[in-house]
Design a binder for this molecule. Structure first.
Ligand SMILES: NC(=O)c1ccc[n+]([C@@H]2O[C@H](COP(=O)([O-])OP(=O)(O)OC[C@H]3O[C@@H](n4cnc5c(N)ncnc54)[C@H](OP(=O)(O)O)[C@@H]3O)[C@@H](O)[C@H]2O)c1
Length: 298
C-alpha cells in the first residue's frame, strides 16, 4: 500500500510534464563532463555577495576529501556515494543498518560505513560525521510506514539534527536533496495534485521546507537541490536548473540528481543557493559553472 502511494507520487510529479513542455519555451541545460579531479572544494564560511569570490581551497584528488552522505542506502544516496568514489573522494556512508548496508556497496578502501539515524539527535550524528568529514550531503527521505509523523521526524527534524551536528563539529558545507514544490503554497500551486498528495500524507513538503529554512538561517554554506519526480532510469535529457519556486512539474534521473550534488561540492558557484532541477530532452548542454552560476543567491 505504502509503496503504491510512492509510485503514485512519482507519476503525479510527471503528470504535467507534457503540457509544460508544450507551453513553455525550454530552458537550456547540460550534463557536461565533470570538472577535473584536481579541482576545488568550497571552504567559504560566510554568505557572499554575488560578485565576491568565495574563499576556496585548492585540493588534489590525492588528498581524498572525505564526504559524509546521510541516507546512503537510498536510491539517490547510493548513486551519490558511487559517484563520489568514482571522482576520487573518500566517503563516510551514514546508514541506519550497517550490516545490511555492507551488502549494498562493493568493498572500497575509500568507503567507510557508519551508523547514522537522523532521528537519534545531533550528538550521535556529530560523532558519526566525525572530525574528518569536509562536507555533508543529505539524501534522506522518510520510508513509507503507518507513522504519519515520519516525514516530519525524518525530513524536518532529522535534517535539522544533521545541521546541528555540523555546527557542533564545524563542518561548513551542507548539500540537501529536497524537492520541487516545497514552497508550493507561495507559488500558487496549492491545487497541484502532487502538492496536495505529498502534504496529505504527513505534510512531507512542508516538513522539507521547514528544514530548508533552518539550513538557510544556520550560517552554513549550503546548496539546496530541489529535484522534480525521481526516476531510476538513466538520463534521457539534459539538466534544466532554475531558481527556487520556479518549477512545479517534471522529472529527472536519480543519476543526474547525484551528479548535481557531487558537482556542487567542486563548484563555488553553488554556494548559498537553492536550485530546482528537472531534465528535458530538448534542453541544451550547459556546463555546471554555467548552470550554478546562472542562479542568484537570495
Ligand atoms: N520520489 C520522488 O519522486 C522525489 C521527488 C523529489 C524529491 N525527492 C526526495 O529526494 C530524496 C531522495 O529520494 P529517494 O527516493 O532516492 O530516497 P529513498 O530511496 O526513499 O531513500 C531514503 C533514504 O533515507 C534513509 N532514511 C530514512 N529514514 C532515515 C532515518 N531516520 N535516518 C537516516 N536515514 C534514513 C533511508 O534509509 P534505509 O535504507 O535504512 O531505509 C534511505 O537511505 C528524498 O528526500 C525525497 O523526499 C523524491
Amino acid at each position: 500500500m505504502a509503496a503504491n502511494l510512492f509510485l503514485l507520487r512519482n507519476s503525479l510529479f510527471q503528470l504535467q510534464t507534457h503540457s509544460l513542455t508544450k507551453n513553455f519555451k525550454p530552458f537550456t541545460s547540460s550534463t557536461p563532463l565533470s570538472k577535473s579531479l584536481s579541482s576545488t572544494i568550497i571552504k567559504a564560511t560566510t554568505k557572499m555577495d554575488t560578485n565576491e569570490t568565495p574563499e576556496i581551497e585548492d585540493s588534489n584528488v590525492n588528498e581524498r576529501k572525505k564526504i559524509f552522505v546521510a541516507g546512503a542506502t537510498g536510491n539517490t544516496g547510493k548513486r551519490i556515494v558511487e559517484q563520489l568514489l568514482a571522482k576520487g573522494f573518500s566517503v563516510k556512508a551514514g546508514v541506519r543498518d550497517v550490516e545490511k548496508a555492507k551488502s549494498s556497496f562493493s568493498e572500497n578502501p575509500s568507503l567507510q560505513i557508519v551508523k547514522a539515524d537522523v532521528t537519534e539527535g545531533s550528538a550521535k550524528l556529530a560523532e558519526a560525521i566525525g572530525d574528518d568529514s569536509e562536507a555533508v550531503i543529505c539524501a534522506t527521505g522518510f520510508r513509507p510506514s503507518l507513522d504519519l509523523f515520519s516525514p516530519w521526524k525524518v525530513d524536518n527534524f532529522g535534517t535539522v539534527n544533521l545541521v546541528d551536528a555540523c555546527r557542533k563539529i564545524n563542518v561548513n558545507r551542507f548539500i540537501l536533496i529536497s524537492s520541487i514544490l516545497v514552497n508550493g503554497a507561495a507559488m500558487g500551486q496549492i491545487f497541484n495534485p502532487a502538492y496536495i498528495f505529498l502534504n496529505v500524507f504527513g505534510l512531507t513538503l512542508i516538513a522539507k521546507l521547514q528544514a530548508e529554512n533552518y539550513i538557510r538561517k544556520s550560517g552554513i554554506n549550503y546548496t539546496i537541490i530541489r529535484p522534480g519526480g525521481l526516476k531510476n532510469d538513466p538520463p534521457s535529457g539534459n539538466i534544466v536548473m532554475e531558481p527556487e519556486d520556479t518549477l512545479y512539474t517534471g522529472s529527472i534521473s536519480r543519476d543526474q540528481v547525484a551528479e548535481v550534488a557531487v558537482e556542487a561540492l567542486v563548484h563555488p558557484e553553488s554556494s548559498y543557493k537553492v536550485v530546482e532541477i528537472v531534465s528535458r530532452a530538448e534542453a541544451l548542454t550547459r556546463s555546471f559553472e554555467d548552470l550554478f552560476g546562472s542562479i542568484k543567491q537570495r
